[in-house]
Structure formats: C-alpha cells, structure tokens
Design a protein around this ligand. Structure first.
Ligand code: FAD
Length: 287
C-alpha cells in the first residue's frame, strides 16, 4: 500500500525502520529481525540504504521479504550521491518486480573520499527523476528540524525543502530529535513556507550510551539536559539504560500524539525487542 494512503487515517500510526547488513553474510540475521518487527504489524516499515550505495541489492532483498513474505507495506531507501542514472533505473526495476509501492529518495552523505557521481546533485533531482520514470511510486523525503548539518541557515534549508517537495515528494520524515519543541517549531516553519505534505517525526529509542554518541556525532542532533542526565546516570548499566531510553522515546511519542501528530516513525535499528516494548507501552494510545 502507498504510504500517502496509510497517512490519510486520523488514527495514530507507527512505522519502524531497519537497516540492511553490510555484507551478504549478515542477511539471514537482518531478515529474521525484520520479520520479527513485521510480526508486530506496524503501519509500514522502511529499509535504509548503505552509505554511497554499498547495500543496494541487500536493501531490496530485505524490503521485498517485508512486503511479500510478511505482508507489511514497505519503503526501501535510495541515495543518489554516488548513483548513476543507470543504477537508479535498476533499483526502480527491482522495486517494480517486488511490487513495492514506496521509495525514500535521498541524496546521501558526501563520501569522505569525495567519490561522487554528478548525475543527481540533490535529493530533489532524484525525486523529479523517479516521479518521471516511476510515477506510480509514493515518494518520501528527508527533513531536518534542527537544519541539515551542511546548511548554514535553517531558513535556507527550508527553502530547499520546498523545492524538494515540489519536485514530487509525497511526505517527509525527520531526522531524529530529542526535544519535541524543536519539531513543533519546525512544523510551524514548514507550513509557513507552504509545505503541506505530512511530516513524520523520526524517534530514535536510545538504548546504549554508545548509540547516543555515535548518532549525535553523525547528525549534530541537540541532546537536552534531561536526556543527558539519563545517560550520565544509567549509561554504564545496560538494563537500566535500555529501559530509560525506551521510556524517553515513549514519552516523546505520547506528547506528539497528544499534540495531534498522529504518524510516528521509529528508528528501531533491527531491534524487535525494542519495537515490541514501545508497542506494549503505547498499546491503548495506538489503539
Ligand atoms: P538533500 O535534500 O539533497 O539536502 C542535502 C543538503 O543540500 C542540505 O544541506 C540542503 O539544504 C542542501 N540542498 C538541497 N537542495 C539544494 C539545492 N537545490 N541547492 C543547494 N543546496 C541544496 N543516508 C543514507 O546513506 N542512507 C539512508 O537510508 C538514509 N536514510 C535517511 C532517512 C531519513 C529520514 C533522514 C532524515 C536521513 C537519512 N539519511 C540516509 C541521511 C541523508 O542521506 C543525509 O542527511 C544527507 O546528507 C542528505 O540527504 P538529503 O536527501 O536530505 O539531501
């Protein structure tokens, strides 16, 4: 099913994200984790794409399993920073063969070796291309409530976001954030700019101190004092850190739904137990 149709409901929805293995040898484990998350019956699942296209085949395989073996709507990601048009065409053909209805179209991070392909400069170029080549697909795009790390001015980032949405983006998913007020402020600014597609908040349950430092280093996300205190207190105690991280994510989700943000995307990081605990905590709220 197309995600833009799933998002038409005014009831809360929750979706989960998994990432493919770096090598083929890890495929069975990832498929098992994705299957266990799919068994929880989320509204949809997404499958990320390895940096600079390192996992394109594996992304498609995991996504195809989610859709065709487990019956859950799925959205594989695709980055264009190192992709030729031919590569994108091949990905679109695979997606079509797997009867998948959605794609997340991204630029991807610029590789450290600077090895980029110039067929597509920005995600908006990829989105316009997919819209022309595969108009049947529902297209998602990324957005950054705290501004993209490369962009000096948040307002300019939102100007570029408008170009991206106008290129054919059906909905947006945010980078993770730990302070909902940042998201509410962002929603106000995008609406003000005339961006009217659904914006899904991306919530990452942090279950280890290491996960926090790695994620923050990559994204530049602000960590509020309240969350810092949790990591300082429980970071060395794995069970307590896991529990506290899940509770923090659940509190964010409850606050979002209470404020009318019904569609939540969770960066579940191949952890079915974490996804299951979130659903258990939110059972009545999610209906
Ligand atoms: P763009 O929208 O192209 O933006 C990148 C930068 O260029 C921004 O600073 C923007 O302001 C600027 N820009 C945009 N358009 C223009 C223009 N016309 N002129 C000048 N500047 C412009 N990475 C992966 O490798 N694999 C994944 O699966 C993956 N999934 C993600 C999912 C989500 C929800 C998010 C939020 C991020 C994801 N990323 C993933 C990370 C993402 O690839 C990086 O953040 C990347 O640096 C930017 O990708 P983008 O699609 O947002 O790029």
């Amino acid at each position: 099913m197309k995600i833009k149709e799933i998002l038409l409901t005014d009831k809360p929805t929750i979706s989960f994200e998994v990432f493919p293995p770096k090598q083929e040898s890890g495929l069975d484990n990832v498929k098992a984790a994705a299957g266990a998350i799919a068994a929880l019956q989320p509204s949809f699942m997404s499958v990320t794409y390895g940096a600079a296209g390192s996992t394109s085949k594996l992304t498609c395989e995991v996504a195809s399993d989610i859709k065709n073996l487990h019956g859950v709507s799925v959205m594989p990601h695709l980055t264009c920073v190192a992709s030729t048009r031919e590569h994108v065409d091949n990905m679109l053909a695979r997606i079509r063969e797997s009867h998948i209805d959605n794609i997340m179209a991204l630029r991807g991070d610029i590789p450290q070796d600077g090895n980029v392909c110039h067929d597509f400069e920005h995600a908006s170029d990829l989105i316009a291309y997919i819209k022309a080549k595969a108009p049947e697909l529902c297209i998602g795009g990324a957005c950054y409530p705290e501004g993209h790390i490369e962009c000096a001015h948040k307002s300019q980032d939102i100007d570029f976001l408008k170009v991206k949405v106008d290129a054919g983006c059906d909905f947006l998913t945010t980078q993770m954030f730990f302070d909902n007020n940042i998201f509410y402020n962002f929603l106000y600014r995008v609406k003000d700019k005339g961006i009217n597609v659904p914006v899904l908040p991306g919530i990452m349950p942090i279950t280890t101190a290491r996960q926090l430092s790695r994620s923050v280093a990559l994204s530049g996300t602000n960590v509020p004092e309240r969350f810092r205190a949790i990591v300082d207190r429980f970071g060395d105690d794995p069970d307590s850190m896991r529990q506290a991280g899940i509770i923090y994510a659940c509190e964010q989700i409850v606050d979002l739904i209470a404020n009318g943000v019904n569609h939540i995307h969770v960066y579940s990081m191949n952890k079915p137990d974490v996804a299951a605990d979130i659903l258990k905590n939110l059972g009545s709220i999610l209906g």
